[in-house]
Each structure stands twice: as C-alpha cells, then as structure tokens.
Design a protein around this ligand. Structure first.
Ligand code: SF4
Length: 344
C-alpha cells in the first residue's frame, strides 16, 4: 500500500480521486469503483501497489503493436483491479477479482520494483508492458517502476508501454506526458455508442477519444484495438462511425480489429463471423485508415503492413512469424514514403 497521487481533499475527510474519469468522491473508509483506491482517514491509498501479477515475456506484436519496434520482446505484468467492468473481459480473474473477493484478493506477495528491473535486464527485453488490467489503476506502481528503470544506467533506454482502456483523467494524461513516462500506448476503443460503453464497461466514449487525441498529439506512439462483438458493434454503421472518429484524429493510427470469442458474462454470444471481420478491414482501408489489421483470426494478408502510398508489401506477418522489414529509417524502400512507425 502506498499513498496515492492525483487526488484532492474535500471537507469532512472526503476525497476526490482525479486518476480516471469516474472521479470518485470517497468518504472516509470508502473504496473507488476500481476497488483498489481507498480513503483511509482522509488520505487516499493505492491498495494494489506492488501486487504484480502474470509476469511474462511476449513478442510486442501480441500486445498488439505492429508499428512500435517490430519484433521486440516485452516483459508484461498487471495488478488486480480495474475501473471498467467489461462483460466480455478476458482477464476478469485479475481485473474483477477484488470486486468479487474483497481485500483478500490483494493478499498476494509483493513484487518489489528492483525485482522487475532485474528480471527485465536478465531477460534482455526491449520494453515493459503495463497490461492485463487497466494500468492507470496501478499508476503509482507503474510510475515508480518506470522511474527506477530510468535511474538504472543499464536499463534507462527500456521502452514503457501501456495497454489501456483510455479512460484516464486529463490529470493523469498530463502527469504521464510531463514526466515522460510512456513511449507507446495501445488504447482499446471499445464502442462508438456511448450508451453501450456505459452498459458493457461502465465507462464512456468521450474521454477515450480525448485520450487517443492527446497521446497521438504528443510524442507517445499510439495504436488502437477494437473488439467486434456480434449484436453489439458488428453492424457496418457502427464500424463506419468508429473509423470516421479515428480519421477525425488521424489516418496514421493503426487499428487492430479483433475477433470476439465468448468470454466471462458474454458466454452465450457467438464469435464474430469471418465476413464481418473482413468487411471491417476492407471498410477501414477504403475509408482511408492507412494501417488496418485483423487479430484473433487468420485471414491471409490482413496482418501485413503495406506502404500507404505505393501499396508495396513491407512487412509480412503470420501467426507471430515475421518477414524482414522493408522499411528503412521509417521510409518505404520502394517510394520513400515516411510511415507512422518506430524502429531501431
Ligand atoms: S482510479 Fe478511477 S475508479 Fe479508482 S478511485 Fe480513482 S476515480 Fe475512482
């Protein structure tokens, strides 16, 4: 447990947490919607501090990031708790466990920051991903981990990436940008209909779009994921609206459309049809999204990167196998077009 950041004290020992757009107001003893921030005697504490879970090493493409240091290896971890309650959550064992079991879910061994730094150095990974549950919710832990890396001469160039629902507050975005904490963020743009956002996740659309814009306009690399769920957001008008909203920010942002498989509280729904997935890909491409991709499904060529100008194939991907990149110094080797991509 550590004293939290980003909150203000109100009268009568009440607190307003400014970490995410729920902006919970907590009386003494109350816990926020994320289940891991609590007002104790007028001070806000983060209960999941140090409770790293699921430490594992993956290719960065699995996160998914296709335009951020392709082929690099990433150390991932999350902590219990989340500010969303997604009915389709694939990591509900972690994200919802404190809501389900109470504080006993946090009675797991602490992972000291030095252990994470040591592990990453020994495994020679290129980046650390704060993921599985919403990283904003363990903001102070992530921030202290990132700071420790930056202070370590051998690990100061480590990249740090969030896999996020994008529901963090403007105050959190400012803190992240002012302290240069992040190199990349993958934001899950779940729905383009606000009522659905509320119903399925307990979040809302506007703050997520705002986060995408804020990070894209900063130096932080941005990619998006959109899970296409039958009966909720798989109709062409929803997909088109989502594409239009992203285009309103930039046509450069890669979008990973992901196939839904029944999970958690949406077990009765069927998986997304291949036809819908392909039509989302084709619609995004024809509307002007430069880098659409399909995930969780094998459709030939939909994981490849093509030059948006000359349309030549630049990176071939298939089930975590990758060809050499034909992008040099961020430029297509055929026509010289500069791509939205970071690489060594
Ligand atoms: S992080 Fe969000 S959900 Fe958690 S206490 Fe703060 S405002 Fe509430």
């Amino acid at each position: 447990m550590r004293k939290a950041e980003l909150y203000i004290e109100l009268e009568n020992q009440k607190i307003k947490c400014n970490l995410c757009n729920h902006y919970c107001i907590l009386a003494d003893g109350e816990t926020g919607k994320c289940s891991v921030r609590r007002n104790i005697d007028g001070t806000l504490f983060t209960l999941s501090y140090g409770k790293a879970s699921g430490l594992a090493i993956d290719p960065i493409e699995k996160k998914p990031f296709y335009h951020f240091y392709p082929k690099s290896r990433v150390l991932s971890f999350g902590t219990p708790g989340c500010n969303f309650t997604c009915k389709n959550c694939q990591n509900f064992h972690l994200s919802q466990v404190v809501k389900d079991l109470g504080d006993s879910a946090l009675e797991i061994q602490d992972t000291p920051i030095e252990t994470i730094v040591k592990f990453a150095k020994k495994a020679k990974v290129d980046a650390v991903a704060y993921t599985y549950s919403e990283p904003t919710i363990f903001f102070e832990y992530a921030k202290d981990v990132i700071t420790a890396f930056k202070q370590d001469n051998e690990a100061k160039n480590m990249k740090h990436i969030f896999i996020s629902n994008g529901f963090m507050s403007q105050e959190a975005i400012n803190d992240i940008l002012e302290n240069n904490l992040l190199d990349a963020i993958n934001i899950d743009l779940k729905f383009i209909n606000n009522a659905l956002y509320k119903k399925i996740t307990d979040g809302s659309l506007r703050p997520v779009l705002k986060s995408i814009k804020a990070f894209f306009e900063s130096k932080v690399h941005v990619e998006l994921i959109n899970l296409i769920i039958p009966g909720l957001n798989d109709d062409s008008s929803s997909i088109r609206k989502l594409i239009d909203n992203v285009l309103g920010i930039s046509d450069e942002i890669p979008i990973h459309f992901s196939r839904f498989y029944p999970a958690y509280k949406l077990k009765k729904e069927s998986m997304t049809s291949e036809e819908v997935m392909i039509s989302a890909y084709e619609l995004a491409k024809s509307e002007g999204i430069k880098y659409p991709y399909l995930g969780n499904i094998h459709v030939p060529n939909t994981q490849n990167t093509y030059c948006p100008k000359c349309n030549n194939l630049l990176i071939t991907r298939s089930n975590n196998n990758f060809s050499e990149s034909l992008i040099v110094r961020n430029k297509c080797i055929y026509c010289g077009h500069k791509l939205y991509l970071k690489q060594q």
